[in-house]
Design a protein. Sequence first.
Length: 269
Amino acid sequence: MPEQSSLDNWISTVDGEPGFFQDVFKAMKMFAEEDKHCILLVDAMAIRKQKIFDKSKNKFIGFCDYGPHILCNDKEQAKEALVFMLNSLNGKWRWPIGYVLQNKTPASVLAQLISTSIRLSVGAGLYVYGLTCDGAKTNLAAMRKLGCIIDGEFESLNPVFQVEGIDKDFYFVPDACHNLKLARNLIADYGVLIDRDGGLIEWRYIVKLQEIQEAIRLKIANKLSRRHIEWGKNKMKVKYAGQVMSLSVADALQYLKDIGRIQRLRSHY
């Protein structure tokens, strides 16, 4: 890494103020045609709340700021940076295109920011196919504002939305990693879920599977461990959620269920 003084000098020549980076969009216009296909990523990152006096701008910074074109309550200190990034579909590049400093952003404002980011990206000649974000309450509310139907029966869901001024459909793609963790958290927290056919989905069977594997000191072709059962200590690790909700765990449970049936039949006869 360069020295801090070198980084400070470089940053001083770049417009890194909250909002969207016009220099980035200008550079993206130079991409080869096959590299212009991308998807928009939106995510919030926690930052430390603090107020700092910027001598070069002769003002205090650290407050909420949505950029030069959107008003916000700039008297509140920001606790998150909401980052907008484009990721190429061919995996060649991933560029941040802007950010805002926020505390609690209304869904209507977030929808406006998403629309603005897509319009600027399309204006730079990029082919944006949709948006990926996690399942935060504000994110989902913003997608409803944009026209997505994400509530109700599966058959009625519609992930398509439009942006004013662009004759094209865009697709909302929920973050699969985040959804895996939500699914694991839901069944572990509630203990029992009921599916649409009235069947029970119970966390205790996963716990019992791990207890059996510990007792026989053998894993039934899965990666389940004590870490997966005590998931609260590792709740941010996607791989643990994926391994709990995996086909290998389902197969192990089915195997134990089938053995139980055979044993009951033997005892009967």
